[in-house]
Design a protein around this ligand. Structure first.
Ligand code: F0G
Length: 352
C-alpha cells in the first residue's frame, strides 16, 4: 500500500516550531514534484529542475507557510486571522482558516488580483476588503489592524510563515541528494527567498547537505525596488502576484543574495510572458505569470553570457496557471467551430 504524504508539519516536525500541544492544521501541503526539465536543460546547458509549487492544495507555495502560521495561531487561541495579499496569500489564509474553524479577513489591492485568487477567497468565506491602494498599502493596514484588534497577522512578516516555507529547500535536497548550485525564484515581498535561504542553511548546518546554493532572485522590472535600491510608489507589472514596491523582507533578501554569492535582478513583462509560454509549451508546466520570472531571469542571464554551464539549477515555479488564465488566452488563435460530424472534424484537423 502506498503511503500518503502527511503534510509538511508532520514530515518535517523536528525542524519546525511545533510541539505535541500544537493542533496541526493541514491540507496535505508540501511534497510537491521536482520535475526534471529536459528541453530547458538542453537550452540552458545545465541540469534544470522545476519545483512545481502550484501543486499545493490552494495552488501556490503559500500553503507551506500557512499550515505553520495557522497551526501556531490555533495553538495561541486565535479566533480570526488577517492578511494583505496580491492574491495567493489570501487564497491560502482563507482556506486554512476554514480548516481551523477561524474567521479570516483579507485585504487586497482593488482590481489588481487575478480572478481565480479572488474566487478562492470568496468561496472559502473570507471577509474580503478591496483596498484603494497597492499591496504595500494593504500590508500597512493589516499590520495596524493586528496590533490594535483581536486578529492574528499571517503575512510573511510572521516568522511562522518563513519556517513553513523553508521546507521546500529541504525537499529539493531530499530528492536530488544535494543542494543545487543555483536556486532561482521570483521575488515580490521577499519572504520566499528568505525562507529558501534559511532552509538551505539549516540543512547545511545539520550536515544534510554539503553545499549551499547561490540564490538568484528576479523581480518584475516595473516593481523592482531591491534591484533599483529604492521603494517604488506605483509598482506595475502584469505579474500581479509580485506587484510590490516596498518588500517586507527586503533586508533578508539582500542577506540571502550576499551570503550565498547570488544575485537579484529584474525582468520585463515581455520576458516574463516569453518564459511563461516556454514553460507551458515546452515543459508542460502551466504557471501564473509571476512564477515565470525565475526562468525569464535565466534566459536573460544566458543572453548576457552570465550563465554558467554544467550546473545543477532548481527553479521554483510558485503558483498554478489556472489562477490567472487570461494570459494563456491573450493573443491565442480563435477556436475552430464545427458541426458535430466526424468528417468535418477530420477536415478541420487536416486528417483528410
Ligand atoms: N510568486 C507568486 C505566485 C506569489 O504569489 C508571490 C507572492 C511571489 C511569487 C513572491 O513571493 O512575496 O515571498 O517574494 N505573493 C504574495 C501574496 C505577496 O500576497 O500572495 P515573495
Amino acid at each position: 500500500m502506498s503511503k500518503q504524504w502527511q503534510g509538511l508539519i508532520k514530515e518535517y516536525a523536528e525542524f519546525l516550531p511545533v510541539s505535541d500541544k500544537t493542533p496541526i492544521v493541514s491540507l496535505g501541503e508540501g511534497g510537491t514534484p521536482l520535475v526534471y526539465a529536459c528541453k530547458l536543460s538542453d537550452a540552458l546547458k545545465n541540469q534544470v529542475w522545476l519545483k512545481v509549487e502550484g501543486m499545493n492544495p490552494t495552488g501556490s507555495f503559500k500553503d507551506r507557510g500557512m499550515t505553520v502560521a495557522i497551526s501556531k495561531a490555533a495553538e495561541a487561541g486565535a479566533k480570526a486571522v488577517i492578511c494583505a495579499s496580491t492574491g495567493n496569500t489570501s487564497a491560502s489564509a482563507s482556506a486554512y482558516a476554514i480548516k481551523a474553524g477561524m474567521k479570516s479577513a483579507v485585504l487586497v489591492p482593488d482590481g489588481k488580483i487575478a480572478m481565480g485568487k479572488l474566487a478562492q477567497a470568496v468561496v472559502h468565506g473570507a471577509t474580503l476588503l478591496q483596498v484603494a491602494g497597492n499591496f504595500d498599502d494593504c500590508l500597512v493596514l493589516a499590520q495596524e489592524l493586528s496590533e490594535n484588534y483581536p486578529v492574528s497577522l499571517v503575512n510573511s512578516v510572521n516568522p511562522d510563515r518563513i519556517e513553513g516555507q523553508k521546507t521546500a529547500a529541504f525537499e529539493v535536497v531530499d530528492v536530488i541528494g544535494e543542494a543545487p548550485d543555483i536556486h532561482v525564484l521570483p521575488v515580490g515581498n521577499a519572504g520566499n527567498i528568505t525562507a529558501y535561504w534559511a532552509g538551505y542553511r539549516e540543512y547545511f548546518d545539520k550536515s544534510f547537505a554539503k553545499q549551499k546554493p547561490a540564490m538568484w532572485g528576479f523581480q518584475a522590472a516595473g516593481a523592482a525596488p531591491i534591484v533599483d535600491g529604492a521603494k517604488v510608489d506605483n509598482p506595475e507589472t502584469i505579474a500581479t502576484a509580485i506587484r510590490i514596491g516596498n518588500p517586507a523582507s527586503w533586508k533578508q533578501a539582500i542577506a540571502a543574495r550576499d551570503e550565498s554569492g547570488g544575485l537579484i535582478d529584474k525582468v520585463t513583462d515581455d520576458e516574463i510572458l516569453a518564459a511563461y509560454h516556454y514553460l507551458a509549451s515546452q515543459e508542460a508546466i502551466f504557471v501564473e505569470p509571476a512564477s515565470a520570472a525565475g526562468l525569464a531571469g535565466l534566459f536573460k542571464m544566458q543572453k548576457e553570457n552570465k550563465l554558467p554551464t554544467g550546473k545543477n539549477i532548481v527553479i521554483t515555479v510558485t503558483g498554478n496557471g489556472l489562477k490567472d488564465p487570461q494570459w494563456a488566452l491573450a493573443g491565442a488563435e480563435a477556436a475552430i467551430k464545427i458541426p458535430a460530424k466526424a468528417e468535418e472534424a477530420a477536415i478541420a484537423l487536416g486528417l483528410i
